[in-house]
Design a protein around this ligand. Structure first.
Ligand SMILES: Cc1ncc(COP(=O)(O)O)c(C=O)c1O
Length: 403
């Protein structure tokens, strides 16, 4: 364990004076770069006026401004924002909104459909919705049942769609919860936008809701502001966190349609959306969120994303057909490939071994088992990216005993 003493741009600086390239954006949160000056200034200024303020009965400008700005960049149809404080809570809120909606309109729909290999967080509800395995086996007695559809592997997409259609056949499905285009913690698994388009159509026919968990994919990671845009998918509920403040402070939001909001708006207080959290809409975090929107508006973030996309595309080519690797893939600014080893699960020691070798080369890269991936902040330069590609080449050869 190393102590980090400061951060700047694409780098972490440790207590021994080492500079570490943060090639995974500190668990996918830092979008523009560490300590972006516009965001840092907004935080400093907000602390002159605010600390935490109750977010019931009272409101404040940073939250209102952020909600407005967020809806302006979100997919059409999303009209309301519910703030919380982490990706997990944004998904918990989404699940409660979906069930609350059907409860309040008097329709019996109590099933949630999820995708195999999904990850939505580490709270009880999100673990229930996520892939079951070593991470949550001990807590199985607390987890609730969901309906799972297979991951839409290339060429097998129909199986996913058929399974969803079958699940919907019961008439009990309230919502399908998905990570659009890329399943992050499940191994950076990518799938085609068409699948999302078809899922939306099935959901519409069946009268159930679509929840997109854009906690990881949001804020440009897959090349567009939100991944669902690439499928023209208009979700009923969208979860966002991580890049919402450029990664500087913890904050999350769950966006929903007017239909869902209205179903919870009633003089009958039993229809209230019951979810409260002490730090909801923390003004300083909201000010960071507003500043993040300013960065998107005033800087050419899209151009940085395009440059990174292009760089990944050309650099990954060197590993295509390389027998050390398989499943070389990319989704926007995310690049991933599997190292061909026999013991490949998340707990296989190839992961920690690679991590150590990357760290020795000044890189923060944390493979998911044998899956090596990069998701750097957008300020990273092509020459910095080149060092990560060279390191992957070298580390793979060391692990496979070919150096
Ligand atoms: C898709 C997705 N949903 C939810 C979460 C949980 O977010 P948090 O760790 O902020 O609770 C994550 C975290 O990586 C995620 O990738």
């Amino acid at each position: 364990m190393k102590r980090i003493v400061s951060t700047e741009g694409a780098y972490l600086f440790d207590e021994d004076g080492n500079r570490v390239l943060d090639a995974i954006s500190s668990w996918w949160v830092i979008t523009h770069g560490h300590r972006h000056p516009v965001i840092m200034r907004a935080i400093r200024e907000a602390t002159e006026t605010y600390d935490q303020v109750i977010f019931a009965e009272y409101s404040h400008e940073p939250a209102e401004c952020l909600a407005e700005g967020l809806l302006a960049v979100a997919p059409t149809g999303l009209k309301h924002v519910f703030f919380s404080d982490s990706g997990s809570t944004s998904v918990e809120v989404a699940l409660k909104m979906a069930l609350g909606y059907f409860h309040n309109i008097g329709e019996t729909r109590d099933r949630i459909v999820v995708m195999e290999h999904g990850y939505h967080g580490d709270t009880i509800g999100t673990m229930s919705a996520g892939e079951r395995g070593v991470f949550n086996a001990a807590y199985a007695p607390l987890l609730f049942g969901v309906d799972r559809v297979p991951f839409p592997k290339q060429g097998l997409e129909k199986q996913t769609l058929d399974a969803f259609e079958t699940a919907c056949g019961t008439g009990r499905v309230a919502a399908i919860l998905l990570e659009p285009l890329v399943l992050g913690a499940g191994g950076m698994l990518t799938y085609a936008p068409d699948v999302l388009t078809a899922i939306r159509q099935i959901a519409d026919r069946a009268g159930c809701l679509v929840i997109t968990d854009e906690v990881m994919t949001g804020w440009g990671r897959t090349g567009t502001m939100f991944a669902c845009e690439q499928a023209g998918l208009l979700p009923d509920i969208l979860c966002t966190s991580k890049g919402l403040t450029g990664g500087a402070l913890p904050l999350a939001a769950t966006l929903c349609t007017s239909e869902i909001f209205d179903a919870h708006l009633s003089t009958d207080r039993r229809k209230t959306f019951f979810h409260f959290s002490s730090y909801t809409a923390n003004p300083i975090a909201c000010a960071a969120g507003v500043a993040n929107l300013e960065v998107w508006k005033n800087e050419d973030v899209a151009a940085r994303i395009k440059t990174m996309e292009l760089y990944h595309r050309t650099s990954l080519q060197r590993f295509e057909g390389d027998e050390r690797f398989s499943a070389v893939r990319q989704a926007g600014t995310i690049a991933a490939l599997d190292l061909n080893v026999t013991a490949s699960g998340y707990l296989a020691d190839v992961g920690p071994r690679m991590r150590k070798l990357f760290r020795e080369r000044g890189l923060l890269i944390r493979p998911l088992g044998n899956v090596i991936y990069m998701m750097p902040p957008y300020c990273v330069t092509p020459s910095e990216l080149a060092t990560t590609y060279d390191a992957i080449d070298e580390v793979a050869s060391i692990i496979l005993g070919r150096s």
